[in-house]
Design a protein. Structure first.
Length: 167
């Protein structure tokens, strides 16, 4: 069971896991690689390929380390953004027999974010490539938190954001 994108297993994921466990399912929750308590350097980096691989690593663990697990009945659940990582994991890992997601959209669908505008997609890819050069030259990745350091006093105090990037 994968955590929300940018989130950790201790967030809302435990509510789903607890309910499933009470119904007799064996449930493994995990932090995506580079996030939370998972290993990997650099920290707090996003990689759709590695995040999908985290689901397969969870299947490895369940199928080998948990004797009561039936290897032919392992499924994957992705909550929020990780729903977009559970889907490609199941596409390539035949050991995943079922997938359930609670997601607004497939976060791995980068092209869908830009609609029918290939110029915007290419521009974003160029910006990301330049940013990677800068991070490498600096010797570390730039960490841009997606949450404010302090909570806003009210919903009305939230800043205006760009509808495409939410920045």
């Amino acid at each position: 069971m994968g955590a929300p994108y940018g989130g950790v297993k201790e967030q809302g994921l435990c509510v789903y896991a607890n309910e499933l466990a009470q119904r007799g399912f064996v449930v493994l929750t995990f932090d995506q690689v580079h996030m939370g308590e998972s290993g990997g350097e650099p920290r707090n980096i996003s990689s759709p390929d590695l995040f999908a691989e985290s689901f397969s690593a969870a299947v490895d663990y369940l199928g080998v380390k948990v004797p009561c697990v039936d290897r032919e009945r392992i499924g994957a659940i992705g909550i929020c953004g990780s729903g977009g990582f559970a889907l490609p994991a199941a596409q390539v890992d035949v050991r995943i027999k079922a997938v359930a997601t609670t997601s607004m959209h497939d976060i791995t669908d980068v092209r869908g974010m830009f609609g029918d505008n290939p110029d915007m997609l290419e521009d974003m890819k160029r910006q990301l490539a330049e940013h990677r050069w800068a991070d490498f030259e600096a010797g570390k990745q730039e960490y841009v938190p997606s949450f404010p350091g302090e909570p806003y006093p009210s919903v009305d105090a939230l800043p205006e954001t760009d509808p495409l990037t939410n920045e």
